[in-house]
Design a protein around this ligand. Structure first.
Ligand SMILES: [Zn+2]
Length: 423
């Protein structure tokens, strides 16, 4: 059986990193043995110099927005959306969605991301990009307004792709409370429960949204989640949650609910600081995401981890908040579980063989020891250190090369599409 050989291994289930071989069978880890013991083909020989971590999960993004990167810089969220983003989104074609998705998958695989959760449209194109590239994804069709046609498209996406190759989950994708009227949202929540599907929703990204709950809807956000039926979805992925009131966390501390923290996007758009210290202490599952490339502007989860780890220490005046181990938990197992893959996120027998291989034979890792690996990764490491990315036991990226993607073709298609959109 193929194996990743002689690696230093760490995941959030371990106190200390240890050396071993990771043996893979049928896309799953079949065992972790002592180093240089596994027989059979070598998938990657770490020679004791590379670290293996579970693959990173980008739990909220809009991959095809790579084509919109750099547009409308430094505008407030609503102005940015209405003046710059929505008008171009109205003109995006299926071809554009595919080339933007391919570009994003390339960027993420090179940075150790093995799974992403996406909300957009022409989602069949994103699904094809996922299937052909070999990455894992949770997909939904973004639904705005009261539009049965869009809900039907989302259901067709689920019918065709949910569970496909064990690499895709499909959620329903109502966009946000301010873009979907309440009766339509209730219908979507009911449909999700009937079809046993999850929901992916933008939630309280800006202070204005919280003000609307109190001044216009005359209700508290947690009551809205309950009364619309959203809390009953198989999995409820709530993106941003910057302004979710901290006294209303018990209602969402449930196994089917995940708050996705997008610190860089929230900072860049001036939306605020999500109180993740309180989220975590209340028992809410928190994952990490980049949001779209137009508001980040990278799809780099290493960057997101480092940013989250530093931001909350400064904000809380407390260096114990958002520790490296907690941050890695958010970026790996919490993301996997949150987006519907409950058997990924650890380097252990029976888990899906999703992992990244990190070169530690470089100046940033001198001084690490088995007890300080997560701290070196989060505070000193960089996505530049990723040597290989493996999904379902298949090497998709190795030493600068993509095994399933034609990088030149993807770069030229994306450049051509971007030029046509902004001409
Ligand atoms: Zn978003």
């Amino acid at each position: 059986m193929p194996a990743v050989r002689n690696a230093l291994i760490w995941d959030t289930g371990r106190d200390l990193a240890e050396y071993g071989d990771i043996v893979i069978k049928d896309g799953r880890i079949s065992s972790v043995t002592a180093p240089n013991e596994a027989e059979g083909p070598i998938l990657y020989d770490c020679r004791g110099k590379c670290l293996v971590l579970p693959g990173l999960v980008n739990a909220h993004t809009h991959v095809s927005m790579t084509l919109l990167r750099g547009l409308g810089e430094e505008l407030p969220l609503m102005e940015w959306l209405r003046k710059k983003i929505f008008p171009i989104e109205d003109r995006l074609t299926a071809q554009n969605i595919r080339s933007g998705a391919d570009l994003a998958v390339m960027e993420m695989l090179a940075a150790g991301v093995t799974c992403f959760a996406d909300m957009y449209y022409f989602m069949d194109e994103v699904a094809m990009s996922v299937l052909e590239s070999g990455i894992r994804a949770a997909l939904c069709r973004g639904i705005m307004g009261d539009d049965p046609g869009k809900l039907a498209e989302n259901l067709a996406l689920a019918e065709t792709y949910n569970g496909r190759e064990g690499r895709i989950t499909v959620q329903l994708g109502p966009h946000a409370p301010y873009t979907v009227p309440r009766p339509a949202l209730e219908k979507i929540a009911e449909t999700a429960r009937d079809k046993n599907l999850g929901i992916h929703f933008h939630w309280l990204e800006t202070k204005g949204e919280l003000d609307s709950f109190r001044n216009e809807y005359k209700m508290e956000p947690a009551d809205y989640l309950e009364q619309t039926g959203l809390l009953g979805a198989k999995e409820l992925i709530l993106a941003h949650c910057v302004w979710h009131p901290v006294d209303q966390l018990p209602a969402v501390a449930r196994d089917n609910v995940t708050f996705v923290h997008n610190p860089k996007s929230n900072m860049k758009l001036g939306s605020g600081y999500a109180p993740i210290k309180e989220f975590i202490s209340s028992g809410v599952r928190v994952a990490l995401g980049t949001d779209g490339a137009a508001s980040n502007n990278r799809l780099d989860m290493w960057d997101e981890m480092r940013f989250a780890a530093l931001l909350h220490k400064g904000y809380n005046l407390d260096p114990t908040v958002a520790g490296a181990r907690e941050i890695l938990k958010m970026a790996t197992v919490n993301g996997s579980r949150g987006v519907g893959f409950r058997d990924a996120g650890f380097i252990a027998a029976g888990q899906r063989a999703d992992m990244m291989i990190v070169d530690m034979d470089n100046p940033r890792y001198v001084g690490r020891d088995p007890g300080s690996v997560p701290e070196f990764v989060v505070y000193a490491g960089s996505s530049r250190d990723v040597r290989a990315t493996i999904v379902d036991g298949k090497v998709l990226y190795k030493d600068g090369e993509f095994t399933t993607l034609d990088s030149e073709k993807i770069l030229s298609a994306a450049s051509r599409d971007r030029a046509s959109l902004t001409r």
